[in-house]
Design a binder for this molecule. Structure first.
Ligand SMILES: Nc1nc2c(ncn2[C@@H]2O[C@H](COP(=O)(O)OP(=O)(O)OP(=O)(O)O)[C@@H](O)[C@H]2O)c(=O)[nH]1
Ligand SMILES: [Mg+2]
Length: 331
């Protein structure tokens, strides 16, 4: 299950109350007020950290509070400050005030941190209120309340791996094979009309995010087809997986198709064209003696992985490879 939205309640710590106290010691009559100040409460921060990619942590826990400050005590003892609460979220999390429906912060980079609720100040002890006319005040200040807020978290996933290729190459079939995403699959071009994200889960809690976008065709940069504008999603990924149909229904040459797509990627942006690419020959089940794939490798002179998104052949290997590459690039 993948959750990309969560609503929680957060509260900063209240300040500790000030203390009413008087110095009482043997041989020191009327020692005077000595009530200490209360400590301040803890603030609530949100912080974007690496290695988190869902808002799953928030499904079971809706109330998050920072520690309250401790009250002051006698002998001018200051109460301890409450500990701050730092709530970790994945990078790409938008933080909204749920009541005002107001965007407070976009934590789009690892390491970004923002204070969302300010703590209450501690109250002053009675010592602070001593004046020449009232040298023994029996009054101390209560601590201030910490801020509280209803927060809505929204995670905009940034894909690690983007699938590109011609319509019908099998991009959606692949993503539905290796993630919980269920885009429409059909044997006609432009089945996919909107980008789809899926989380690919491997053993030992390893995972990465894959994006499926509509297919690209020749002339895409001049407005042909659908896929071109969606390349902006792919531009932010770390790796491109270029899916090649080894037996296109229109009888076109897979090697030629590869070059067509490469040309379109270059037209989109230099950054996209320079991105690391894994070339994948799909529908290997239609090429039992690997004749077509061998020829394709010879023609393109590049490393090509072979899979069948339908039978599952080669998919585990591909997913492992992608995970390792993503990990390397993430550092
Ligand atoms: N034989 C065979 N057919 C496949 C394989 N992978 C996909 N197909 C078929 O190819 C057709 C197109 O698959 P899709 O996954 O919809 O292709 P797509 O690349 O997402 O296409 P668009 O969304 O139109 O860009 C479907 O009929 C799939 O069943 C495969 O490995 N072997
Ligand atoms: Mg599709």
């Amino acid at each position: 299950m993948f959750i990309d939205e969560a609503q929680i309640w957060v509260k900063a710590g209240d300040g500790g109350n000030g203390c009413v106290g008087f110095r009482r010691e043997k041989y020191i009559p009327k020692g005077g007020p000595d009530g200490g100040d209360g400590g301040r409460g803890g603030n609530v921060y949100f912080q974007a950290i690496e290695n988190l990619d869902t808002l799953m942590d928030f499904t079971g826990k809706h109330h998050w509070r920072a520690e309250n400050g401790r009250p002051g005590s006698g002998s001018n003892k200051h109460g301890a400050n409450g500990k701050d609460l730092v709530i970790n979220v994945p990078p790409g999390t938008l933080i909204y005030d749920a009541d005002l429906n107001l965007l407070l912060k976009d934590l789009n980079e690892v390491g970004m941190k923002v204070c969302i609720c300010r703590s209450g100040r501690g109250g002053k002890g009675n010592k602070a209120f001593a004046t020449p006319v009232n040298q023994a005040p029996r009054y101390a200040e209560p601590g201030k309340k910490g801020q509280e807020r209803n927060i809505k978290l929204e995670l905009r996933l940034i894909a690690d791996v983007g699938l590109v290729g011609m319509p019908n190459a099998g991009k959606s079939t692949l993503i539905s094979r290796c993630s919980a995403a269920r885009p429409k699959i059909a044997d006609y071009p432009f089945t996919t009309t909107e980008p789809v994200l899926g989380i690919v889960e491997l053993s030992d809690f390893r995972r990465f995010v894959m994006a499926d976008i509509p297919g690209l065709i020749e002339g895409a940069h001049k407005g042909a087809g659908l896929g071109f504008e969606f390349l902006r999603h792919i531009e932010r990924t770390r790796i491109i997986v270029h899916i090649l149909d080894i037996m296109p229904a229109d009888g076109s040459d897979p090697a030629g198709n590869y070059k067509v797509i490469r040309h379109e990627l270059k037209q989109y942006s230099k950054a996209l064209a320079q991105k690391q690419e894994v070339i994948v020959a799909n529908k290997i089940d239609l090429d039992p003696d690997y004749k077509i794939v061998k020829e394709l490798k010879k023609k393109l002179k590049k490393e090509i992985r072979q899979i069948s998104a339908v039978t599952g052949e080669g998919i585990n290997e591909l997913v492992e490879l992608l995970w390792h590459k993503v990990k390397q690039l993430k550092g």
